[in-house]
Design a protein around this ligand. Sequence first.
Ligand code: SF4
Length: 323
Amino acid sequence: MPRIRKRKFGPGVPPPHERKPFRDVGRFLKETFGAKCYKVCVDGGFTCPNRDGTCGTGGCIFCGERGSGEFITESGIRNQIEVAMKKAQWKHHAEKFIVYFQNFTNTYAPVDVLRAKYDGALAQGDERIVGLAVGTRADCISEEVADLLAEYTQKSPKYYVQVELGLQTSDDRTAEFFNRGYKSERFTEAVEILRRRNLNVVTHIMLGLPGETKEHIKRTVEFLNRHDIQGIKLHSLYVLEGTRLAELYREGKFEPITYAEYIDWALYVLTHVSPELVIHRISGDCPRDMLVAPDWILKKKQILDEIIKTMEKNGWGQGEFYE
Ligand code: SF4
């Protein structure tokens, strides 16, 4: 007798990952650009002042040798973009694209070098590309860099511009331990510089940093709520092969948080940040072959589903307890 698969969702009820009781980036981009919009990641060939000796060496203890761009494989900026756009068109039916400079620190170069890289990537005239996103550090945001980025929002064609700041935590002691290389007050200054030009700020925060508890997460959320930011990315800290964190883990000096803790802390963040913030990510994304620990990090869909179901069960929306 054929096995009858039990239907988990009633007719017409979308699965949890499509319900998302928070301001999801996919929906936000579709509303903004009127079509399915996808971020294509590029490696612009930058380095990081936290690695080349300018403000530190060795980098953040969790940072891999590709500087957070482990999934990027194609060389040449335009080539990377074309390959990634084709893939996203085929796989996700994307029609519009945001070019995302992801690896290392993407504002860490003289302004004329930055301009050449950004111009080359945007290839003005390609109507499929509607935005520019740059991942960077708060201490690599200057008035000149912000002026350059603002130009892309003003001249024709006008682009959506998003600056992603890897704060990770508001706690300066934790930041010192993981070797961030700047104090959190520098983040405040960077946000002010960017917002004076109406540039969109997306802040990365990390759950499970060494020595951090839920109390630290609460303080980081309070800190974020005092800033004029437009989005957040939640990352679960994972141990990547070849990093200082992997050494600490193997020496028994670092223990990742559990799956249950991550769900609990992520729910705290989602229900305590502003309902206006766009949620760009709610878990980490680690290449399987480079992951040391924890294994649960790979269960991205399960994490998302559990967060959504818990929010629905409790009747919580994003910013439910935001003050
Ligand atoms: S700032 Fe970013 S790129 Fe630089 S070391 Fe830290 S995580 Fe890596």
